[in-house]
Design a protein around this ligand. Structure first.
Ligand SMILES: Nc1ncnc2c1ncn2[C@@H]1O[C@H](COP(=O)(O)OP(=O)(O)OP(=O)(O)O)[C@@H](O)[C@H]1O
Length: 288
């Protein structure tokens, strides 16, 4: 890999992975800078989890170059693993242990762990610290999984759908945690199906479809680049609602102003949302 690759926390070139007759990842390229929050979006089966598993060193690849914190995950040592935080989808932790015991237990695996009490508080499990794992709700279980992913104080956090099953309050609390970790300098890669989550958290995004990146950039940039046009709506004097899709909304509004000689009744101008752009890029407009 080049010197440039080492400035990136994650560098992927031409990644390919097949499972029997399914090509899950098909020439994927990715560059994640140190210190950024990077979102990976894509429909079910696009190859996101497979990619994250390869980055974690938990799945082999067929082709391509991969560097994670300067190391090929396929040959990652224990020291390398301690620098990479992973949130497992189904952590097999002993159900009889309490939250505090579990977090403290996992802390021992790392050379420089975070403070267990602090991490329990950060994921919003302070009131449940003495509860046994078997008594936690599904969403609380996921929060514990997140706690175990960050207890080691990782430089890079790899999160595959971290907030699935979270209630809205827990999701916002998780966002605060991600921002806090990012402010401390942690690089974060997360996959998500929640566009709002991606837009709120990610400095940059990649949209994956059929195993490759089809668009990449800052959320606002993607909207600008792929979400051309706007929708102008207004109400006619006879009370009927009107709508016009246009690439030049300012001109449309100016024309309406002249016609109405001033205030335009019920005027709205809406730009495409990230969700509109996402659906367009992944060819799912018809799914709406
Ligand atoms: N262990 C496996 N064996 C065989 N096929 C697999 C395996 N894991 C994934 N696949 C297939 O590879 C493709 C990509 O799956 P992957 O889980 O990486 O997608 P994803 O983008 O994470 O999807 P989702 O959003 O549903 O989690 C899918 O067609 C899936 O069925």
């Amino acid at each position: 890999m080049t010197a440039h690759a080492n400035e990136l926390a994650v560098h992927v070139r031409g990644l390919r992975k097949r499972y029997a007759d399914v090509t899950a990842v098909d020439g994927l390229d990715l560059g994640i800078r140190r210190g950024e929050v990077f979102g990976l979006l894509g429909p079910n089966g696009a190859g996101k989890s497979t990619t994250v598993e390869i980055l974690q060193g938990n799945r082999s690849r067929d082709e391509g170059e991969v560097s994670v914190l300067g190391t090929d995950p396929a040959t990652g040592t224990r020291a390398w693993r301690s620098r990479v935080g992973i949130v497992w989808q189904d952590e097999s932790t002993p159900a009889e242990l309490t939250v505090r015991e579990t977090v403290r237990h996992f802390a021992r695996y790392y050379p420089r762990p975070r403070e267990a009490e602090e991490v329990i508080g950060l994921v919003g499990l302070g009131a449940k610290a003495d509860s046994r794992i078997k008594a936690l709700s599904g969403g609380q279980r996921r929060r514990l999984d997140v706690a175990l992913g960050v207890i080691g104080g990782p430089e890079l956090l790899l999160l595959d759908e971290p907030t699935t099953g979270f209630d809205p309050a827990a999701r916002r609390q998780f966002w605060d945690l991600i921002r806090l970790l990012a402010d401390e300098g942690t690089t974060i890669l997360l996959t998500t199906h929640y566009l709002e989550e991606a837009e709120t958290l990610a400095d940059r995004l990649a949209v994956v479809a059929r195993g490759r990146v089809v668009a990449e950039g800052e959320p606002g940039e993607l909207r600008e680049r792929y979400g051309t046009g706007a929708t102008v709506t207004w109400t006619e004097n006879d009370g009927s609602a009107r709508e016009e899709r246009t690439g030049t909304p300012t001109r449309t509004v100016a024309e309406l102003m002249r016609r109405f000689d001033g205030e335009i009744p019920g005027l709205t101008v809406t730009r495409p949302t990230l969700e509109d752009v996402y659906l367009r890029l992944t060819g799912q407009e018809s799914a709406r």
